[in-house]
Design a protein around this ligand. Sequence first.
Ligand code: SAH
Length: 355
Amino acid sequence: MSLEREKRTVRLAEKLAREGDLSDGELLELIRDRNEASARCLRRLAGEARDRVYGKKIYIRGLIEFTNYCRNNCFYCGIRRGNEKAVRYRLKEEEILECCREGFELGFRTFVLQGGEDPWYNDERLEHLVRAVRREFPDCAITLSVGERSRESYERLFAAGVDRYLLRHETAVKSHYEMLHPAEMSFDHRMQCLRDLKDIGYQTGCGMMVQSPGQTEEDLVADLRFMKEFRPHMIGIGPFLSHKDTPFKEEKSGTAELTVYLLSIIRLMLPEVLLPATTALGTAEEGGRKLGVLAGANVVMPNLSPAGVRKKYMLYDNKLSGGSEAAEHLDLLREEMGSIGFEVAVDRGDSRMDG
Ligand code: SAH
């Protein structure tokens, strides 16, 4: 890496911080020619941007993985329907409410109900569940993350009391989407779902895997461009990590290094966005979540599922669910965040995006 290229990338980082955007060509250069100096510069500027909007507060979400049944067959995912080795489970409403109660006691004010696309959880059952959580926890935010549904279904669940919805777009490039998913899945439909969600009034989260098979640096620029235009309230990104019982078992996993670099770029493009340091980032590298926060993230989502099912929601190999990833060890997370100068907030942690 020549000194000249280093200087150029640092100048691009500074311009990004000043203007909140770069041309696609400049973004590509910033990613392709990344180096220790540009990473350090982005980290500092993104940290400052995050501090201006959210201060040193880290928002927490209690993640309840309530079903690992899934009708989809995404090539990367460990709970794809074709994985016959996956041991399936489905939590009942009362078990989910029990997780929320535990979480509330611990200080969680957002519950994220995530699952595979499980047909048993039809509109009627999901609505019943959401109403029950809403009734018992009127001051908490409810986030759903159960994949693609019809607009009517999203409307019905919103009316029942859901505040937020997480649906990663996975990749903003159709041809790449088709490398990650079987032909029966549709890029256009996933994007339509995201537009519907935002339009209905959900605080909406999108995001992509970093270094998923076939992903180019141009594809990442397309992801950044899409997110800048879509203006989601939240963006979840994490490295692709291979799972031994999927078609992508031999594929190379993504790195924490590029993931945190992108976190900084995203923070500078969308300073108000809620940006989690994800479990995948923590799994890819020891201390990865701290690196994420230092690079501009401001959310973590500890696991609030019943201990007995955590190992069954195995999206990728070695997915962490113990230690500070476990909701019941919030003290460890507080310590971890405290050690780098951050404080865990007991707060819904709504987005400051203006929509
Ligand atoms: N069924 C829901 C939830 C999916 S799991 C939905 O479709 O939104 C949540 C996220 O985990 C996915 O969106 C995907 O980005 C991520 N994920 C799945 N498999 C992964 C893997 N092998 N490595 C890294 N992330 C993965």
